[in-house]
Design a protein around this ligand. Structure first.
Ligand code: M6R
Length: 607
């Protein structure tokens, strides 16, 4: 998704904008640009490509020198990636960078054309710039308020007006923006990592609030122009935490951060070996009220929900439905007041998940979100929120965020099962203790790294892969498969092992690679029978199983052993690690852009 930054201070603005944008690269982008006041005039420089292309362009051509400006990394929605479609957009009077989508841009464009405006790009953002220009009569805040009352859709906007060469303006709706508060300098940014080099203090801009920043002042107004007082936020992680810390890629660093992320997420939610979610407002009385649970999310977060379904249904004996947010929001689900809708999201800004949250709220259904980014829209708008404490996840491929989402699914299931009287206090305490021991077991699991690298070397030329498993192993396979395909560009699919012979096994020949996950004792023999079926058809099999399991070569070509947890129900937390590592090393060996896979964005804030 696009990244927005803005700066007013005493330093070289172009340098700061580019450095801040580089911290937002994880969001995914295809072009970059800046608008900087030079001698009182707005100078725009932009290009298709990466930030280094923009830097080269500035070096070869003109680098605007000034102390106030805005910058942008664009992830194309309206119009292909090109120099012209890159942001900023505007004219001599106003310049705009935008994240989001203006839904009524065709109507607005027609209006502006009638008023004599000409358009050079294919973007919806140019409409905003021209609309600002059209309504501008000398008061930027009034103008912005007027414009946002006319545009429909989502936006985070950074704006400069030529009449105010020492000010940056910002406004947002359904697209995140923060205002960084520094010393003799202030910032706007789409996300906190952009400003950490300069300050850890920031304000969260709410829906339709308008910020005006100068070198030593930050003002925030509502749509009517009244001043709003806001609480200053403090990021408790530093720039270092958002950097690679010696690892070759963020993804590898984040895989290795899982023990810590899990510890930080689990510890405050456990008291005397029992799950403790009361601090998030989740009480046993409240839990007892629900008769049905919907878990709704996208991608990896949805896969965490699938594990959650298995665990909640098994322990708490309550029906759980897991839905892809983009499907749920349009499928007219039957929601009643005794339902609970759980939204899972790392970023807390995913457009489809956010839309489901709003749909649930309109239907007066209780909403609980499990979110990593503090203060994000989904966290703020849900009735209850349980924060995961993974720290910043920079790599597009989600790893540590998935593990911590799983850990909350477990704690929630334990508390719910106990509240409903489906498990005893002893059993609940026993499971909770096992969960608190998971970070240590993951440290041990990380020792399979070299084995995973070896397995990856066998997959590097694969055209297609199947991940198979049963029960929780199948739920985990979905995530393993997504991880591999998104970063290595090898086609792969997760399949319930028992379903293979209903069609998909016809694909299995000696060119097929199969990753079979078999960690559930109860289902082990059945999965192995399915493994034998694919092996008999020539497939190359990689078996991921618990330590101590041995198989002959006629069952598995390679084996990856992971540590055992006393109860198989917790195995997905452990087994996720080798699947992430296999995906990681396959991507590395294929020379792919591991942290920023093609066509993908970290935070999908458009539908
Ligand atoms: O921020 P979210 O958790 O809501 O994001 C949802 C998906 O876009 C995300 O999990 C995506 O599938 C992962 N980046 C894949 O690794």
């Amino acid at each position: 998704m696009c990244g927005i930054v803005g700066y007013v201070g005493e330093k070289d603005c172009a340098d700061i904008l580019i450095s801040a944008l580089s911290k937002l690269e994880y969001r995914g982008y295809d072009s970059a640009g800046i608008a900087v006041f030079e001698n009182g005039k707005i100078q725009v420089e932009k290009t298709k490509g990466r930030l280094k292309d923009l830097e080269e362009k500035l070096k070869a051509g003109h680098k605007p020198v000034g102390h106030c400006g805005i910058g942008h990394t664009r992830w194309a929605t309206h119009g292909e990636p090109s120099d012209i479609n890159s942001h900023p957009h505007g004219n001599k009077r106003v310049s705009v960078v935008h994240n989001g989508i203006i839904e009524n841009y065709i109507k607005l464009k027609a209006f502006l054309i009638k008023k004599g405006y000409e358009f050079i790009s294919e973007t919806d953002t140019e409409i905003v710039a021209k609309l600002l220009d059209y309504y501008y009569k000398g008061n930027p805040v009034e103008t912005i308020a007027h414009v946002i009352s006319e545009v429909e859709g989502s936006y985070g906007l950074g704006i400069v007006f030529a009449d105010f060469p020492d000010k940056v303006f910002a406004v947002r709706k359904d697209s995140p923006l923060i205002i960084g508060a520094g010393e003799n300098e202030n910032f706007i940014a789409s996300d906190v990592p952009a400003i950490l080099k300069y300050t850890r203090d920031y304000y969260l801009l709410e829906q339709n609030e308008i910020a005006v920043i100068t070198k030593d002042n930050i003002e925030i107004f509502d749509i009517h122009g009244s001043t709003i007082e806001k609480e200053l936020q403090h990021a408790n992680w530093d720039e270092e935490a958002a950097e690679k810390g010696g690892y070759e890629h963020f993804m590898l660093k984040e895989i290795h951060e899982q023990p810590t992320a899990l510890k930080t997420t689990i510890t405050p939610r456990v008291m005397e070996n029992m799950p403790f979610l009361e601090e998030c407002g989740i009480t046993s009385d409240m839990l007892n009220r629900f008769q049905k649970i919907y878990i709704v999310a996208c991608g990896t977060a949805m896969h965490a929900g699938v594990v959650g379904k298995y665990v909640i249904e098994k322990l708490a004996r309550i029906e759980v439905t897991v839905d892809i947010a983009s499907e749920f929001r349009y499928r007219e689900p039957v929601l009643t007041e005794n339902d609970l809708v759980i939204l899972i999201s790392q970023s807390g800004e995913t457009a489809d998940t956010k839309a489901v949250l709003r749909l649930a709220k309109e239907s007066h259904v209780t909403t609980l979100s499990i979110v990593n980014v503090k203060g994000s829209s989904i966290a703020r708008e849900s009735d209850f929120v349980i924060y995961t404490h993974a720290g910043p996840e920079i790599s597009v491929a989600s790893t540590k965020a998935y593990s911590v989402q799983l850990s909350i699914m477990y704690l929630f299931a334990f508390q719910l099962a106990y509240a409903k009287g489906e498990i005893s206090k002893e059993r609940c305490s026993e499971l909770t203790k096992m969960l608190t021991n998971i970070p240590t077991l993951i440290e041990k699991t990380l020792e399979v790294e070299a084995q995973c690298q070896y397995v990856a070397s066998k997959l590097v030329n694969a055209d297609s892969l199947l991940y198979i498993g049963r029960g929780l192993d199948y739920a985990l396979s979905m995530e393993g498969s997504l991880k591999l395909k998104e970063i290595s560009y090898i086609h792969s699919e997760a399949y319930a092992a028992g379903e293979l012979k209903h069609g998909t096994i016809s694909l299995v020949t000696k060119t097929m690679n199969i990753i079979a996950v078999a960690t559930q004792d109860k289902l082990f023999d059945k999965t192995i029978s399915n493994v034998k079926e694919v092996k008999a058809r020539g497939a190359r099999v990689i078996l991921v199983c618990k330590e101590g399991v041995e198989m002959t070569e006629d069952v598995a070509d390679y084996m990856v052993h992971v540590p055992k947890v006393e109860d198989d129900i917790l195995m997905p937390l452990i087994t996720a690690v080798p699947l992430q590592l296999i995906a990681y090393y396959t991507s590395v060996l294929r020379g792919c852009d591991v942290d920023k896979p093609r066509n993908l964005a970290k935070s999908v804030t458009v539908e």
